[in-house]
Design a protein around this ligand. Structure first.
Ligand code: VGL
Ligand code: ZN
Length: 185
């Protein structure tokens, strides 16, 4: 893979955590297959001095998004559990900026932009274009890429670096993203 990173770019890695990978509580088929792809991208980003952001889904126990509370999901990514850890083979450089989301008890946050401080960091770093990868395509990756595009960042989604929960939703997500001006690599 040869990506054309430029100054003014940032890489956003969404929720590559154990619970979204095979064996996890909300496992995506092949969720772990994004790991080598994203590792290669992060290595290139480091070489080009491109900032890397990594978000994690970071729920308290009994979070509103869990089915026990009428939410759409089984319990997943509970703070300080193994399921909430990044995939063990994900080689996050030490300079990676960590974004935690979904930590508020009564609301969910799908987008890495949702009240996390990411926008101000991007402004501070003079970012104009973002590359988005991670899990899951039709949930947090979609929400993050849509927010990026709606905040006027040129937004590139690298398909090989993402996986979906449900194929039907993935197709719909691609059309929504395309309509918002997101491009695919
Ligand atoms: C996600 C479902 C529930 C995601 C987070 O990271 O895509 N999906 N919480
Ligand atoms: Zn969640």
């Amino acid at each position: 893979m040869n990506l054309t990173f430029e100054q003014g770019d940032a890489l956003i890695v969404v929720d590559v955590q154990n619970d979204f990978c095979p064996g996890g509580k909300l496992a995506l088929d092949e969720g772990d297959e994004v790991v080598p792809v994203i590792n290669a991208m992060m290595a290139q980003a480091r070489q080009a001095d491109i900032p890397i952001f990594a978000s994690r889904d970071w729920h308290p126990r009994h979070h509103v998004s869990f089915d026990e509370r009428g939410g759409p999901w089984p319990e997943h990514c509970v703070q300080d559990t193994e399921g909430a850890e990044f995939h063990p083979e994900l080689s996050l450089p030490s300079e990676t900026r960590l974004i935690s989301k979904g930590a508020r008890f009564d609301v969910d946050q799908y987008s890495a932009f949702d009240k996390t401080g990411l926008t101000s960091e991007l402004v501070h770093l003079d970012i104009r274009r973002v590359w988005v990868v991670g899990l899951a395509l039709e949930v947090c990756v979609k929400a993050t890429a849509l927010d990026a595009a709606n905040n006027n960042y040129e937004t590139i989604l690298v398909k090989d670096g993402t996986r979906f929960i449900d194929k039907a939703d993935a197709e719909k997500a691609y059309s929504e993203l395309e309509a918002a001006g997101v491009t695919f690599n």
